[in-house]
Design a protein around this ligand. Structure first.
Ligand SMILES: N[C@@H](CCC(=O)N[C@@H](CS)C(=O)NCC(=O)O)C(=O)O
Length: 335
């Protein structure tokens, strides 16, 4: 069995095209298509592009399209909150359920909004507006430019780097999430945790054969064990400071026990059973602005109802009951 997903093909919405798994039963994530760079932001080393002078970092000009359910979109909400960019960059939130028509705006539903800019019904309308011949998946997050009326970029790792380096003068909080002195380490960590952890949970959950599942789960828990050890001696992934690397780790960890453990069968261990990852997760959760970006209701609804190949009846698993606000006792590591 191969997992099919919906996508745009030459601007037309198709429900029979995108194969999420290959012939070996392994999940393969598609490439992202809109990759412009905002002027004045620093590019990570793996990107061969130039910042585009058309896109200047200005308050009120850009808009984020997100789902609270999505770990990639969540990265952008976190950087926005930690830097105090809420007034400068507004957000539209899609319905956590993604059906045959893709992401949809259902403002009547709790935590969701309308498309604040265009009044569209489906997110795909924006993709077609940006490129009438678009052939791509319709994903969140999307960074939208209200001046050029187009998508600047829809790759989370790139959007967060643009915000954290290009919008330092725009944000209300003086927070540097990619400090130059440790930027190389931050970039290495983001790359290192992507395949086994951030994408690893999807590789486990979407595998349609035992081999790719086993491989994904082994790599995932090896990586979690490794970072649990690292976090015994240091407060954050890159040392003493909270950085983009922690943001990338956080959005997977916060979903883990409620969703990935059960729904994606990443059930070797819960995060709340780890000596250091669990207090670390609470530490990041308790940073200013972070808790407000976490909507466990949207997260659970999305995963358990949107993947009929994985959970055909759409029943949302109840537990576990976790206290993310409990004291974490990790400040001593930076004193
Ligand atoms: N590479 C993208 C991945 C984004 C992504 O896959 N988002 C998911 C939600 S968690 C999505 O919108 N999927 C819709 C689809 O694939 O059709 C990023 O990091 O921004």
């Amino acid at each position: 069995m191969q997992l099919l997903m919906n996508m745009l093909v030459n601007g037309e919405w198709r429900t029979d095209t995108y194969q999420a798994t290959n012939e070996k039963g392994a999940f393969e994530r598609g490439q992202t298509t809109f990759r412009n760079w905002i002027a004045g932001s620093d590019l990570p080393p793996h990107i061969e592009a130039e910042a585009d002078e058309r896109f200047q970092p200005e308050a009120g000009r850009y808009h984020l399209y997100v789902s609270y359910a999505c770990p990639w979109a969540h990265r952008t909400l976190l950087v926005r909150a930690l830097m105090g960019l809420e007034d400068a960059i507004d957000v539209s939130v899609v319905d956590p359920y993604r059906g045959e028509d893709g992401w949809q705006f259902t403002p009547e539903k709790a935590g969701c909004t309308e498309d604040k800019l265009h009044d569209s019904e489906f997110l795909r309308e924006l993709y077609v507006e940006a490129d009438p011949d678009a052939t791509c998946r319709v994903t969140v997050p999307v960074l939208w430019d209200t001046e050029e009326e187009t998508i600047v970029n829809n790759e989370s790792r790139e959007i967060i780097r643009m915000l954290s380096t290009g919008f330092r003068d725009v944000g209300k909080r003086d927070v540097d999430l990619a400090p130059e002195s440790i930027r190389e380490t931050v970039d290495e960590i983001i790359t290192d945790i992507y395949e086994p952890i951030n994408n690893g949970v999807y590789r486990a959950g979407f595998a349609t054969k035992q081999g790719p599942y086993d491989e994904a789960v082994e790599e995932l828990f090896d990586a979690l064990d490794y970072w649990d050890d690292v976090l015994a001696d240091q407060r954050f992934l890159a040392g003493d400071r909270l950085t983009e690397a922690d943001i990338c780790m956080f959005t997977t960890l916060i979903r883990f026990d409620h969703v990935y453990h059960t729904h994606f069968m990443c059930n070797v261990q819960y995060i709340h059973q780890y000596d250091n990852l669990w207090p670390y997760l609470r530490d990041v959760y308790q940073q200013p602005g972070v808790a407000e970006t976490v909507d466990l209701g949207h997260i659970k609804e999305h995963y358990y109802t949107t993947h009929p190949d994985v959970t055909p009846h759409g029943i949302i698993a109840r537990g576990p009951d976790l206290e993310f606000s409990a004291p974490h006792d990790r400040t001593a590591l930076t004193e």
